[in-house]
Design a protein around this ligand. Structure first.
Ligand SMILES: *Cc1c(COP(=O)(O)O)cnc(C)c1O
Length: 396
């Protein structure tokens, strides 16, 4: 039998698509000029760079002058938050509002700023994995410098009330940044219409390469210098531009935003099949709101098993997935996201994240929904934790 290989971890990273790769290749081979050089080869690189900026801006309703290229989503998050805080601290604004389940690129930046004397409010996300806009409103103070709330969560896929939060921030004159790394290309975004001030993008989550990202910054919001050394990115981020990666990002943004609703519908159908089938296993729960979620992301807690063992067994059965626990970081602590939802430690440990893409087929879903219950049963049969759960059930 042919060995199966199903990649269901697109929230961790994606394959570079063929069209993206094709877009990039000429910029390695013929069009390799430095965008700062004066001769034709350099000018043509410069032109490609500025066209890419325009193309990306267009996909999110921004202007080209509002797009800055970065090396990744983490850099975009760091730059946005630190930039605003550094500038506004001088005006006495040293308060940050964020949520308890942000990506570490945001959380650790906030924690670093705390050490520098900033005060941070970490808003709760409740058991549906969603921040309340009302809570943002109540948390805003005279000295609030920035509100940074993610567009969609990377572990559970819930979509946040970004429009309402943005509206509140605009009304109160507070800058609103959103980490949209998981949302871009999966939900329709129009930064001007939605009143978003700053938005982070990463290439490798949308079928472009690793190591390229972008930051949208609304006109009129100054950015502080990130890298000294050159005039690139309007003097704010020195360093010769990675034109092939940037061209790939532009292509990936265009593809991801074409027929977005139709594609999301197909993916959401597959996602709901995953949810419905896996929830047939006893002692499972879907993490996060069933409706307000990304089309491709599922996170289910399965009691009586260890997330890591589940992932290894799934791998042996040809399925790449991820767990709610932060196993990637080498830590055995349960995920801060699942704990923020109010899950108990042992439940948070046995969680499964499946994140599918356009390339996922119905046959892939068939295979996953066949393999997961089998693997769970085998693991539970070996688990003292499961024995305890069953005993407790029986004594009820
Ligand atoms: C992946 C991810 C990031 C980090 O992006 P990199 O390009 O890997 O640095 C930030 N935020 C969210 C929500 C992500 O999913």
């Amino acid at each position: 039998m042919e060995k199966k290989f199903i990649y269901a971890d697109n929230a961790a990273t994606t394959a570079v698509s063929k069209a993206v790769l094709e877009e990039m290749i000429p910029y390695f081979t013929e069009e390799y000029g430095n965008a700062s050089s004066i001769y034709a080869l350099g000018r043509s690189a410069k032109k490609a760079l500025e066209t890419a900026r325009e193309r990306i801006a267009k996909t999110i309703g921004a202007e080209a002058s509002e797009i800055y290229f970065t090396s990744c989503g983490s850099e975009s998050d760091n730059w946005a938050i630190r930039s605003v805080c550094e500038r506004l601290a001088k005006k006495g604004k040293k308060h940050i509002i964020t949520s308890a389940f942000e990506h570490h690129a945001v959380l650790h930046t906030c924690q670093a700023l705390e050490k520098q004397g900033f005060e941070v409010t970490y808003l709760p996300v409740y058991d549906n994995g969603i921040v309340k806009a009302e809570d943002v409103k109540n948390a805003i103070r005279e000295d609030t410098a920035i509100v940074t709330i993610m567009y969609a969560n990377n572990e559970i896929g819930t979509i946040q009330p970004v429009d309402e939060i943005a509206e509140i921030c605009r009304e109160k004159g507070v800058i609103f940044h959103t980490d949209a790394v998981q949302a871009v290309g999966h939900v329709e975004i129009d930064v001007h219409k939605q009143k978003i001030d700053m938005l982070s993008i990463s290439g490798h989550k949308i079928h472009a390469q690793k190591g390229v990202g972008a930051l949208y910054v609304r006109k009129g919001i100054p950015l502080t210098n990130l890298i000294y050394g050159g005039a690139q990115e309007r003097n704010r981020r020195g360093g010769t531009e990675n034109i092939p990666a940037i061209m790939g990002l532009a292509k990936a943004m265009e593809i991801a935003n074409t027929d977005i609703l139709k594609r999301a519908e197909k993916t959401a159908r597959q996602r709901d099949r995953l949810i419905n089938e896996i929830l047939k296993i006893s002692h499972t729960r879907l993490n996060g709101d069933p409706v307000k979620r990304l089309p491709g992301t599922v996170n289910i807690s399965i009691e009586g098993i260890e997330g890591e063992s589940l992932l290894l067994m799934l791998d042996l059965n040809g399925v790449c997935a991820s767990s709610g626990s932060a196993c990637t970081s080498g830590s055995l602590d349960p995920s801060h996201v699942l704990l923020a939802l109010g899950l108990k430690h042992e439940v948070a440990h046995g969680s499964l994240r499946l994140s599918i893409s356009d390339e996922t087929t119905d046959e892939d879903i068939d295979h996953i929904v066949k393999v997961v219950p089998e693997v769970v049963e085998r693991l539970r049969n070996m688990s003292p934790l499961w024995e305890k759960i069953i005993k407790e059930d029986n004594s009820k």
